[in-house]
Structures are given as structure tokens and as C-alpha cells.
Ligand binder design. Structure first.
Ligand SMILES: [Zn+2]
Length: 399
């Protein structure tokens, strides 16, 4: 099939316009269901309609534009809501790529391509909410009871969806596949001098917390040899953890000891308890399980050596999500066609709507580089040449 005859200038002009909706300096503030978010979705709905696409807004505020007819479509998109103060490309790049591909395909009578902007990917009400309900991973009734930081219910906020466009149901069965173009939001592609990344998997997450409990006591009168100091144990644990993980991990595996609490957290008291969170991310579930086992064994050993109690608690547990192999191969062929030798296969370290959508429709993602690896920040940016290359690779892959 020949490439879809897309117009990269039109893509860039629309991205430039959309960054003015909710602009704050070089950044954008379009939190889900804010006035700015609704304005941007209305503008997208108008562009879809002007292109001849049929616009449907579902009960969550997910916005769809489909070519006329009932045959299954290939769905392309992402999200147009942002972090409270985000960058100009996170999410919206994928939506506008979808719009341009759907429009160009309709103009030339080629592939049946539809576009989507999922709602509340960025988590005003918890994260990936619009796609979670659409993919049946959460009921609308469950979503309705989630609340934002101000206590506003999703069920109340989503009433604004009616302002975006005509309301209706949009069952996943209408779509044969889902492709989510997105900025990388990390430094990998830029550092490697590459133009594109074809996502093979979205990493999973394991989070545990370990609490060492000893004996709080007087910091002046308790001899070192008699102390059961929880922070001394915590220090040993942190010091040894990287060495314990070393034989298990790859260069892409990441782990974060992001929260430490000490009780009673006072300068003149030998610490009685210390808790550390250990969050691990990788594209292989077996590796995550091995890391969890190693982290737990180390905590048990340190506690035993120092005569402390150990309490463990499992937190967030998300398994890695494999992208659809045939779709990944199609995107790889598109990348090679427009950027020969300047692309790679990689895992996504961030969560995306594709995590949810892949439960009901074969899914894959294409990344363009993030300058300096910066995202969720007004400084977020991608070279305009790379934004074009991403669209052209999709046009080649999906034609
Ligand atoms: Zn995003």
C-alpha cells in the first residue's frame, strides 16, 4: 500500500494553535474537564467534522472522529488533557497525528482511520480514567465516585462532556487496531541520535514498603552496642540494595526509593522505626518478581543481623503490557521506510492509554524524541523535523 498522503505542515499548524489553548508561558494547562480542556476538545471536534469525520463524545468525555460507514477502523490518538502545568506535546501530538491521518485517508479514499482523544489520561481523577472505562477495566459507576484533589466527583465533572459535541456510545468493536503516537518523555532516543522509537511493551510496576522496627531510646545515654536503631538498618539496606539488584537488572530497569519515613523523627531520639518504599519498573514481569524477592530477602537479612522487626506491605502492582506483535512490525516497517537506521524498538517507561486499550483492541505505540528527555514541564519540546518524521512513519505504516 502507498503511504497515506499526509500534510506535516497542517499537523504543525494545528499543534501550534492548540498550544495557545490553556497556554502558560511555553507550557499548557488543560487539566481534564477544565474550561481550557473543553475548549480544546470542541476545537478538535470542529476540525474532525470539517474533515468529514463523524464526531461522537462518550459519557466520559472521550472524543472520537470516525469516517462514514460501519466497517471497522484503525484508531489513532492519545489524550488532549494535560498535567496541571504540562508541556505542549504530551498526548496532543498523538491526537493531531490521528486527525491528520484520518483526514488525509478520507480525502484520498484510502484506509479507514479514526481519531480519538481519551479523557483524563493525566489523572485529575486517578489516571487513564477515560480509556479505563472505555476498555471496560473500570465501570462508569466506579469512575463516577473518584474525586479530584478538591473533592469534585468525576460523575459531576463529566457532565461537561455534552459541551464538546454529539454524545453517543462508541464500542471498541468498531476498531480493528489502536496506534498511539506519543513523545518519548525520556532521554533515550535523543541520546542515541535516533528519530523514532517503536514501543514493544509498556513497563510494569511493583511497589513495596519495608518497615524496620527497633527501639526508640535516649540519644545521649544509650550505648551504640546496645541500640536497636532503625535508621542504621535502613542505611545498610539502601547501601546494599543496588548490589543485590545488579545481577538481575538490565540497563533499562529502574528502581526508586522515593519515600522514607522515620519515627519519631527527632534529633535526640534513637530512631525506633524507619520505612522505605521500593518501586521497581521493567518490561518483564519475571524480572520484577525476582527483584521483589531480592529486595525482600535483603530486608529480612538486615533486620535479622540487627535484631529488628521487619514489616512488609505490597503497594501498586501493574504487570507489563506487551504491544501487538503484528502492529509493532508494521510500525517498524514504517519507521525504517522514512528514517532508515535511525529508529529502535524500546519499552515505554511511562503509562499510556494504550495500556488500557490493549485489553480490547490490538495496540502499539510510536515515540518521537523528547529534547533533553524533559516532559510534564513547560520546557517539554521535540524538534519539528522529528514531529514530521513521526507522522510520515505512521502514514507509511498505516497506508
Ligand atoms: Zn501522555
Amino acid at each position: 500500500m502507498p503511504p497515506i498522503p499526509v500534510n506535516p505542515d497542517r499537523l504543525l499548524a494545528e499543534l501550534d494553535h492548540l498550544r495557545t489553548i490553556g497556554a502558560v508561558g511555553t507550557g499548557v494547562a488543560r487539566i481534564a474537564f477544565s474550561a481550557e480542556d473543553i475548549t480544546a476538545r470542541r476545537w478538535l471536534a470542529e476540525r474532525m467534522a470539517a474533515a468529514g469525520l463523524e464526531v461522537t463524545v462518550d459519557a466520559c468525555g472521550n472524543l472520537f472522529g470516525l469516517p462514514p460507514g460501519d466497517a471497522p477502523c484503525l484508531l489513532v490518538g492519545s489524550h488532549s488533557d494535560t498535567q496541571p502545568l504540562g508541556g505542549w506535546l504530551d498526548g496532543i501530538y498523538g491526537v493531531v497525528c490521528g486527525l491528520e491521518l484520518a483526514r488525509a485517508a478520507l480525502e484520498t479514499g484510502g484506509s479507514r482511520i479514526a481519531v480519538v482523544s481519551f479523557q483524563d489520561e493525566e489523572g485529575r481523577f486517578g489516571g487513564l480514567g477515560g480509556s479505563a472505562v472505555w476498555a471496560g477495566r473500570m465501570t462508569l459507576a466506579e469512575a463516577d465516585e473518584t474525586v479530584d484533589a478538591e473533592g469534585v466527583r468525576f460523575g459531576d465533572a463529566r457532565q461537561a462532556a455534552a459541551q464538546i459535541g454529539p454524545m453517543g456510545d462508541m464500542p471498541p468493536a468498531r476498531f480493528s487496531a489502536y496506534v498511539e503516537p506519543h513523545i518519548e518523555q525520556g532521554p533515550g532516543l535523543e541520546a542515541a541520535g535516533l528519530a523514532l522509537g517503536v514501543v514493544e511493551a509498556i513497563v510494569g510496576v511493583r511497589r513495596w514498603s519495608f518497615t524496620f522496627t527497633g527501639q526508640a531510646n535516649h540519644a545521649g545515654t544509650t550505648p551504640m552496642a546496645l541500640r536497636r536503631d532503625a535508621v542504621q538498618a535502613l542505611g545498610q539496606y539502601i547501601h546494599e540494595l543496588n548490589g543485590v539488584f545488579a545481577p538481575l537488572v538490565t540497563e533499562r530497569t529502574v528502581w526508586t526509593l522515593g519515600r522514607i519515613t522515620v519515627d519519631p523523627n527527632a534529633p535526640s531520639i534513637v530512631p525506633g522505626a524507619a520505612t522505605v518504599s521500593v518501586q521497581m519498573r521493567d518490561a518483564e514481569a519475571a524480572r520484577l518478581d525476582a527483584m521483589r524477592d531480592a529486595a525482600l530477602e535483603l530486608a529480612q537479612r538486615v533486620a535479622a543481623q540487627r535484631g529488628l522487626q521487619l514489616a512488609t506491605e505490597e503497594g501498586l502492582k501493574l504487570d507489563p503490557v506487551r504491544m501487538d506483535e503484528a502492529l509493532v512490525d508494521r510500525l517498524a516497517a514504517g519507521a525504517e521506510a522514512v528514517a532508515p537506521g535511525r529508529w529502535q524498538r524500546l519499552p515505554s517507561g511511562a503509562l499510556h492509554d494504550a495500556c488500557n486499550v490493549s485489553a480490547v483492541v490490538p495496540s502499539a505505540m510510536l515515540f518521537v524524541p523528547s529534547i533533553g528527555g524533559i516532559s510534564h514541564n513547560p520546557a517539554e519540546d521535540t524538534a519539528r523535523a522529528d514531529l514530521r518524521t513521526g507522522l510520515l512513519a505512521l502514514a507509511s505504516a498505516l497506508g
